[in-house]
Write a protein that binds this ligand. Sequence first.
Ligand code: B12
Ligand code: SF4
Ligand code: SF4
Length: 373
Amino acid sequence: MDESAGLSQRLKEHARALGFDHVGIAPARPGPHAHHLDGWLACGYAARMAYLARDPERRKDPRFVLPGAQSVIVCALAYAARDSSTLPADRPRIADFAHGRDYHLVVGEKLRALEAFLHAEAPEAVQSRAYVDTGPVLEREAAFLAGIGRYGKNTTLIHPTLGSRFFIGVVITTVLLEHDQALAGDPCGSCTRCLKACPTGALRAPYELDARRCLSYLTIEHRGVLPQEARPALGNRVFGCDVCQEACPWNARLPQQPASPPVDDAPSLLDLLHLPNEEFSRRFGQTPVKRAKWSGLRRNAAIALGNTRDPAAIPALTRALADSDPLLRAHAAWALGRIGTPEAVAALRAALATETDPAVIAEIQAAQRLAAQ
Ligand code: B12
Ligand code: SF4
Ligand code: SF4
């Protein structure tokens, strides 16, 4: 066994000992699908994630991220699927990947340990950069090249046994390692279940995700008012969306954990609506949910309460109409319009008499029309 094969083997063993479920090594070059990034950006599918459009050539080719790079060590860490069918409608639904400690921390720590091992084992001085999610890297493409999985029509990377519920972390390095082969074949065939299941039509075509319509983007990344037409599709989802993965047969055979409690010691939708900021930090500060920010999570909870159409939520939503955050007031108004009972309509009328923010006034008026339908 030559030196690069031996080191590659030791790195893989070490990565598995660190807890990664699969490790592959890709050559540091653009993969065969990297050029799709250009068309995706040109269509506006990145929504307001402007960072994705910053220097796309760099994102496509790891050698721009680390000059002299020769290899990308790609690690996959599986996360548990949860059976959401038993989750009551008044409980918040949080996407499977966001339960427990933030994967940026969990995967990041393991990657740094792997990097330290690489530096100790490599025959010469080496350079490396480790990323999980936030770096200028097409991580799925690196994972594809490293033989970890193949793209599904829902754009996720599907591993032959892990399905698509796994995180990807990468270590780009100047060391020449033994590169793995990409997996051949198409995992989807004639299946189109994910495209049919997507509640908003965000999967416009196979392998084409329009983030402007995607509930994962809207609930996590989008700041400000959510488009009216997307709100009913949210259901009780307050953070992320798993629908196109739940629909996928590659995930169906995996064991599922019960959905309840959805997060440890989970609050109800009503609790979330009036969650104090300090409590938000305490509960969610170490989880991916913090990404939505306090204001975003309460906005999502207001919409979800509207979607329950349960009059029991009216007092809490009425209180939210007087909140200092206009974003919450606007979405609480929509939720009351969606519930639409005489009590909800009366709360809207009273709010209209005192509201001064033009955007919130417009939302209250729209909610009154919604209730009248
Ligand atoms: C921006 C982003 C999002 C956006 C946009 C998603 C998207 N599809 O682009 C939003 C917020 C919507 C999102 C949602 C989710 N995300 Co996200 N996201 C990212 C991020 C930061 C960048 C993705 C990106 O570059 N998109 C641009 C497009 C062009 O790239 P792409 O999606 O990889 O697309 C490739 C394929 O579509 C392929 N392709 C295009 N056309 C064709 C045609 C054919 C025939 C083939 C075979 C392939 C092909 O080529 C493209 C370029 O390589 C990555 C982390 C990273 N740095 O890579 C995580 C990442 C992709 N996300 C991840 C996760 C877990 C999720 C969610 C499951 C979270 C959730 N439950 O809510 C959902 C899944 C939604 C979905 N169906 O993709 C994981 C993916 C794990 C996996 N197994 O695939 C990543 C890698 C994060 C991580 N480090 O683990 N995400
Ligand atoms: S994450 Fe949800 S909204 Fe986004 S593409 Fe998948 S099913 Fe559609
Ligand atoms: S649901 Fe079907 S079409 Fe969609 S990714 Fe899975 S196998 Fe492919």
